[in-house]
Design a protein around this ligand. Sequence first.
Ligand code: ADP
Length: 236
Amino acid sequence: MLLDASHLWKVYGEGDARVEALRDVCLSVEAGEFVAIMGPSGSGKSTLMNLLGCLDKPTRGTYRVEGEDVSRLSATDLAHRRNRTLGFVFQAFNLLPRTSALANVQLPMLYAGVPSKELERRARAALERVGLGDRLSHLPSELSGGQQQRVAIARAIVNRPKVILADEPTGNLDSKTSAQILELFQQLRDEGLTILYVTHEPDVAEYASRLVVVKDGRIAQDGPQTPKQAGPGVAA
Ligand code: ADP
């Protein structure tokens, strides 16, 4: 099992301020799955993503990534695990503003210690993969929202992670651009990546082949679904 969360609880605060953000969540994801985690605002989706992404630790329960219990890792080992296995995509793109697309995509490789002569070649290949081979030296402000999210996806895949975790990846995009980004995720999944994304929109969740619904910190529904295919005219 690639990701295996077992009986996760996350409790914030104490006394009157106590919030049980996750309550006894069990979620296992195999390599190659394409999973949408859907739920209303405040249901615990971001908390769950932070735990799955090794950005935070559960109050109780165990979480295994490729069989390794990450709740026992030190902060440094956790960061290594993140760098090796996971790529992140955010709603707000989170690109460095005065930095070219090429340099933005090189950044995670610097942390991973990729040899300098490899940096440009791999960043260029990742940008070509997301359809931005002709925008290498553009700044984020010179790119559309959809193009900025493609740069962010190139940055997420450049270290060749096994899993992409995306938090509301289409939240800042119009519906046509959203469909293009979701179709790009479908293609990356077909190439072997495992993808999990969070959304509060049913239309966006339809593109995944497994739907997990979170309500009040619990998993209310979890099962396969027939993914929506992007129609003609929105091919990536
Ligand atoms: P969602 O992503 O579905 O909107 P969240 O995971 O952000 O939900 O939040 C789940 C619950 O946990 C909410 O009630 C929220 O107010 C609470 N919460 C989230 N983060 C914190 C925090 N750092 N401290 C206290 N409460 C938090």
